[in-house]
Design a protein around this ligand. Structure first.
Ligand SMILES: N[C@@H](CCC(=O)N[C@@H](CS)C(=O)NCC(=O)O)C(=O)O
Length: 166
């Protein structure tokens, strides 16, 4: 397996969708890494996180031979560029398709994750209902987009007899 525990260290927390995104990218590329879980991300950040992401102090941070890479989308791109493994590229090769993939990745971060977090932190039922409405609208947009992007490919929007339409 490429990567290696000495070479790659992921600072994260298991609940974070941004961290999960990076874990998926590492897994698709067949890279092994050391997972370093932040025990108390919001109240007591580790020294390693504070010195690795001095600006945002957020996870995920990928340490590659000690060098920190921050921001989940940039980490995914970094993994794609830095590790030419047998696995296919994470992003399309064609520039316009690549731009489109980045557009939807940003949409997921800005719309889906943001409204989901808002729903979780809402102080009133009304606030929560509003945030959930936005979340479901974003999911519908994504479902339609993935179906469209997957035409002719065995991916989203394919009818599988055992699990129905996904
Ligand atoms: N845009 C960043 C967002 C990362 C982010 O918001 N991480 C949260 C965990 S889900 C965090 O570390 N929060 C700690 C804090 O705000 O102090 C990315 O994509 O990496």
């Amino acid at each position: 397996m490429a990567g290696g525990r000495d070479e790659l260290k992921l600072l994260g927390t298991w609940t974070s969708p941004f961290v999960i995104k990076v874990k998926l990218a590492l897994s698709f590329k067949g890279l092994s890494y050391e997972n370093v879980e932040e025990e108390d991300l919001y109240y007591n950040k580790s020294e390693l996180l504070l010195k690795s992401n001095t600006v945002q102090k957020k996870v995920p941070v990928l340490l590659h031979s000690g060098k920190p890479i921050c921001e989940s989308q940039l980490i995914v791109q970094y993994i794609d560029e830095a590790f030419r493994t047998e696995a296919p590229s994470l992003l399309p090769v064609e520039p316009s398709e690549r731009a489109m993939a980045r557009f939807w990745a940003t949409y997921i971060d800005d719309k889906l994750f943001a409204s989901t977090f808002r729903a979780g932190r809402a102080k009133t039922g009304e606030e929560q209902a509003e945030a959930l409405k936005e979340t479901f609208a974003a999911v519908e947009t994504l479902a339609a987009t993935f179906k469209e992007c997957s035409k002719g490919k065995p991916f989203f929007g394919v009818l599988d007899k055992s699990i129905g339409t996904v």
